[in-house]
Write a protein that binds this ligand. Structure first.
Ligand code: ATP
Length: 638
């Protein structure tokens, strides 16, 4: 059984329906230790045959048998493995990867072996020394002469220790001296027990081998043995494997570094979109926080006022009403309240009016009291506007002063005036024309006028966060007495919740508008990756010839998009947080006294995830295009 056997290989190309027969039935046998020159006129089908032997072309008739096993039914992945393990390619135009050093060019092939990183490096260096490039390892291909480049490609072809070397016009671009040196290296490879197939136009080059196969017009017309083949020693080949994700990641990074300026611009493009979204979200959080803060400092949203529905406020609440409300889930406590309309305040001969005169309840928070304190027994809390009527220059001086309070109360159908002198306990900065006494004071005032106090509204405290207010309010609203809904509830909690909903809505709309720039950056990434695929077509062909799979190539571009996403989102987060620091320094020092930008860690994670998802989606089409490129066509790209 021969090492390599070709049985009746036929291949045609089609232009439209027209058939061009290139190989018209090739039968050949090759052994290891041979250096076979495939000689023939241009267009005779030599390269076509080499592509078939090399597993780059699987559309042919006939059989290629390696150690008796046909390649015919191998899947694309099996052919990738075959190229990795069995074949080393050397090309006329060298086909080195221009953005990698020559050491890295050799290492690409070694990364498809199971050698450890250290052994790979050792072998790559040893091979470069062997081809005479020990001093040039850190150079890039464009810093080498033609002969040197071809030595690199020989080192690369040998790296994975394949059993067969296919050299297509290896000396075609070299001067006579380099030609001899390269042929010598190829001869050494055959001496090592490998099969070397060299395609050439040149009789001189062909004469260097151990055998010449001459092709004319798609057929072998001469097969001449020049020398004995070299003896073959039994040897262990290196185990091969597909490129690891780590190697592909490194390749992506190397390529991105090579095109640094362009990549920085793309990252910057993505950054703008992500930054705008983060800025909007952070500002939204800040505005919402600020508004809640402001509202909560005026009122307690967890306290709600309860009135009778469909009747006027004068109807008193009974213990039954209180019990019904107490039974509602989340209601922590119910307070009795009394409200009178139109109170007159008088100190000496100065008078001020308050539209409402209420008993104080928990809806009012302490920090609205700017001077003094909440009212105790026989005390009253008035507003700053009222106080100004008594002392316009220094309204706070009214605290502690005696004040006469008069209002009208109902007793049955009678209206009875109630007058009492109270002490001003404090002054609130409330804009509502509302003055307060405690329930006991109100009770005494009414009792003094012969009226028994009956609560005309209630207030309920709701436990849990402000989110519990709305459902609890609804439950109270739904309480039915005699089949009819009995109560109406007013509280700031619902307003706060709906205000927050509106702010959220506005923020999301603004963030979505800012997100349009993400769409633009996604389109930019699609375009750049398509450009990248076309710029790297040759590299893709080289990698595929070395045995990289379609999946490896796809990963190369997906990685690139993911890296764009990581870099742009991290940069956007850093810039947003820096700006947040600056803005908050400013707003906390200003009259707002609040951090107006509040980007949460959740926002930052959202930015990273959205960037990765968008970029990944953007990369799918270009990455697939790269993966599906035909290796032969890719290699022939100029
Ligand atoms: N993809 C293709 N589509 C159509 N025709 C092709 C294609 N590739 C090669 N051919 C044709 O097949 C024939 C053989 O080409 P091939 O490259 O195998 O010849 P060759 O002997 O290697 O020539 P050279 O020595 O000039 O490289 C040529 O006529 C060429 O035009």
């Amino acid at each position: 059984m021969s090492f390599l056997e070709l049985k009746n290989i036929k291949k045609s190309y089609y232009l439209g329906k027209e058939e061009f027969k290139v190989l018209k039935g090739i039968d050949l046998k090759f052994e290891r230790g041979e250096m076979v020159s495939i000689l023939g006129e241009s267009g005779g089908g030599k390269s076509t045959l080499m592509n078939i032997i090399g597993g780059l072309d699987s559309k042919y008739d006939g059989e290629v048998l390696l150690n008796g096993n046909s390649l015919k039914h191998d899947t694309s992945k099996e052919l990738d493995k075959y190229r990795r393990k069995t074949i080393g390619f050397i090309f006329q135009s060298f086909n080195l990867i221009s953005h990698l050093t020559i050491l890295d060019n050799v290492l690409v092939s070694l990364e498809m072996t199971k050698l450890s990183k250290k052994e790979q490096l050792k072998r790559a260096k040893a091979l470069l020394v062997k081809v005479g490039l020990g001093e040039q390892m850190k150079k890039y291909p464009n810093q080498l002469s033609g002969g040197q480049k071809q030595r690199v490609s020989i080192a690369r072809a040998l790296a994975s220790d394949p059993e067969m070397i296919i050299a297509d016009e290896p000396t075609g671009a070299l001067d006579p001296q380099n030609t001899v040196e390269i042929l010598k290296l190829l001869d050494d490879i055959a001496k090592d027990g490998k099969l070397v197939l060299t395609v050439t136009h040149s009789q001189k080059v062909a004469d260097y081998g151990s055998r010449i196969v001459h092709m004319t017009n798609g057929k072998v017309d001469e097969d001449k043995q020049l020398k004995e083949k070299y003896p073959v020693k039994q040897q262990d080949n290196l185990e091969s494997r597909a490129l690891s994700n780590k190697s592909i990641f490194k390749m992506t990074l190397d390529n991105m570094k090579y095109n640094l300026k362009r990549n920085i611009l793309i990252i910057f493009g993505g950054l703008i979109g992500l930054f705008s979204v983060l800025f909007m979200l952070g500002l939204g959080n800040g505005v919402r926080g600020y508004m809640n803060h402001e509202i909560y400092s005026q009122i307690n949203p967890n306290s709600v006022a309860i009135n009778h529905k469909d009747t006027n406020n004068r109807i008193p609440f009974t213990q039954k009403d209180i019990d019904r409300i107490k039974n509602v889930k989340n209601v922590k406590g119910v307070q009795k309240n009394y409200m009178a309309t139109g109170a007159q305040l008088k100190i000496g001969d100065k008078i001020s009016q308050a539209q409402y005169f209420n008993t104080i309840n928990r809806a009012m928070v302490t920090n609205t009291v700017k001077h003094g304190s909440k009212p105790g027994n026989n005390e009253i809390l008035i507003t700053k506007n009222n106080a100004k009527a008594f002392n316009s220059k220094n309204p706070y001086s009214i605290v502690g002063k005696k004040i006469q309070v008069a209002f009208n109360a109902n007793k049955g159908n009678q209206t009875i005036p109630v007058v009492k002198t109270l002490k001003v306990s404090g002054i609130s900065d409330s804009q509502s024309p509302l003055v307060f006494v405690n329930y006991q004071t109100m009770k005494t005032m009414l009792a003094d006028s012969g009226i028994k106090i009956k609560p005309n509204f209630l207030s309920a405290d709701i436990s849990g966060g402000v989110g519990k207010v709305d459902p609890t309010q609804k439950s109270i609203n739904n309480i039915k007495v005699n089949g009819k809904k009995a109560y109406s509830v007013n509280g700031a909690g619902t307003i706060v919740t709906s205000l927050n909903t509106y702010i959220n809505l506005a923020v999301y709309v603004l963030a979505a508008i800012a997100g349009i720039s993400l769409l633009v950056s996604a389109i930019m990434i699609i375009v750049v990756l398509y450009i990248s695929v076309s710029e790297r077509t040759k590299e893709i062909g080289i990698l595929r010839a070395l045995g990289a799979t379609k999946g490896n190539i796809r990963m190369l571009f997906l990685n690139q998009a993911l890296l764009y996403g990581v870099f742009s989102s991290v940069a956007a987060i850093v810039i947003s947080y820096a700006l947040q620091l600056l803005i908050n320094n400013f707003t906390t020092a200003s009259i707002i006294k609040y951090s107006m930008m509040q980007i949460t860690p959740g926002n930052a994670v959202f930015a990273i995830i959205i960037a990765l998802i968008i970029n990944l989606i953007a990369a799918i089409l270009p990455a697939n295009k790269g993966a599906k490129l035909d290796p032969i066509e890719s290699l022939s790209q100029d």
